[in-house]
Each structure stands twice: as C-alpha cells, then as structure tokens.
Design a protein around this ligand. Structure first.
Ligand code: SF4
Length: 265
C-alpha cells in the first residue's frame, strides 16, 4: 500500500485553507514562483548562512555565503544598501553568537527524514535546520526563525515533527529525551520543548489523524483571510479577490454593511 506523505507544511496548509491545499497538492497545477519579497529573501539568506556555519564552523565563510546570496539580482529586495540587508547582517551576527553558545560535540545541518508508519498508512516527512549532540549527552533540534511574530501553536507543531525526525535519523534510545528549540534571531526569543518518546508517538498519531481527514476531504473550500496576502495561489483564487476588494463586507451584509461601517466609526 502506498503511504500518504504528510509534512508540517502540508498539514498547516490544510488547516489554514483547504483550497490552498488543493491548489498545491491536488490540482496538478504548476506551482507559481516563490515570492522574492524582502521577508522571504531574509529568511532564506539567514538559513543559508546558518547551514554554512553549522557545516563548516567558519563564521567568515557563513557571512560570505550570505553576502553572495544577497548580491544576486533575484534577491534585490534585500540587496546591499537596503534595510533588509542590514537586518540579515544583524540576524547573522545573532546566529553566530547562538552557534558559539551551543556546547555540542557533533552537529548536523538541514537533515531530512521520514517516518513511515505502515499500519496507519502514512509517512511523516520532516526537515530540521540543525541537530546537535551536546556535551552532556542531550540531543537538541533547532529551528531558526527570523519573523517578527511566531505563532506558538504552529511553532510547537513544527518542533514536534522535527523531534520525530531527529529520533529516526539518529536512532535515539527510547529513554533519550530531546530538546527542541525555536530560536528567533530577530528577537532572541527561544521557545523550548523538552520532548520524549511518548511525545513522538502522539505526534505521529496526530499526523495520521490529520492525514485521514485530508484524504477524505472532497470540497476543499476556501478560507479567505489575512493569509491570502502571502498565498502563492491568490492570482488564481476568486475568493482572494473578494477579500482584496475593500467592499466585500458591504457586499456580504448588503444594506446592513453601511450600518456595520457606521458602528465601527
Ligand atoms: S488566496 Fe486565500 S482563500 Fe485563496 S487559496 Fe489562498 S489562502 Fe485560500
């Protein structure tokens, strides 16, 4: 039996907007190019630099790799001389300090794994920014963040899946705890989860349940809202146009829309 592959991104897309999920994973339509807006370029550049830092341990090489990335014409939104470029440089310096503070005896960057669970018919796929085996024997998985705000619910889900991946890739003992950290290089905030094998089991069960819901879904209804602004598919989505039109509330409530607007003033 072919296993249904589920990732954190797939799961969150389905929970956020089923139409978006349909566009991305069911429709067969070619994916629109990824936006190269400043926040996207910033995040990608910092992840490049942190990967280099983890792999080589050379902070100069990491800075150089980031600078070369940002000088590419495609990444003009964060080119040298822009405020976004200065942000990347600041986040990289925070990342270099973070790297130096992790007392590890071994480390791995950008690890990808999958957890096939035949009985449940799913395979949970995950990618982890960094895994460390610390001097005290503890394992730590780290997800680098650069946003102004991280949704705690989504972040925890991501860390839980990264934890599963780390357990599998490194064949961790049943009684081996894992620290999962979402480390924001903009704010300095660290969201830490201390996770155990039973947590991994619960994560797999949750993902299997979600996979069953996705597989039984037929309508894939749209949920237009603030996320439409970041949705790659919005050019092809009529519901997004309804939200972008400033009068959509008026249209929805018809005459009462005027009353709603008046009450808000
Ligand atoms: S534009 Fe909005 S409603 Fe349409 S698919 Fe994307 S998130 Fe969903």
């Amino acid at each position: 039996m072919e296993l249904f592959r589920i990732t954190h991104t797939k799961a969150q897309t389905f929970l956020r907007c089923r139409r978006q999920y349909w566009f991305g994973y069911e429709s067969g339509e070619p994916w629109p190019e990824e936006s190269q807006a400043a926040p996207v370029v910033i995040g990608n550049a910092v992840h490049r630099g942190m990967q280099e830092l983890c792999e080589s341990g050379d902070e100069h090489a990491a800075r150089q790799r980031v600078d070369a990335y940002l000088r590419m014409p495609k990444h003009a939104a964060a080119a040298p001389g822009t405020a976004a470029y200065d942000d990347v440089i600041a986040f990289m310096e925070a990342g270099i300090a973070a790297h130096a503070s992790i007392d590890s005896v071994d480390r791995w960057a950008e690890q990808t794994s999958w957890a096939p669970w035949k009985r449940a018919g799913v395979a949970v796929m995950a990618r982890v920014d960094r895994v460390d085996r610390l001097r005290d024997g503890q394992y730590q998985v780290t997800d680098w963040k650069t946003g102004r705000f991280d949704d705690p619910y989504v972040t925890d889900e991501q860390l839980d899946i990264a934890h599963v991946a780390a357990r599998i890739v490194h064949g961790l003992r049943v009684d081996q705890p894992v620290r999962a950290v979402a480390w924001n290089l903009r704010t300095g905030e660290q969201r830490v989860r201390e996770l155990e094998r039973d947590d991994a089991r619960a994560t797999l069960q949750r993902m299997a349940g979600l996979a069953r819901r996705i597989q039984s879904e037929e309508e894939f209804a749209a949920s237009p809202g603030p996320y439409c602004g970041w949705c790659r598919w919005r050019e092809r989505c009529p519901e997004a146009a309804a939200v972008e039109d400033g009068d959509w509330l008026t249209d929805y409530f018809d005459d009462e829309g005027d009353d709603v607007a008046a009450a808000a003033e």
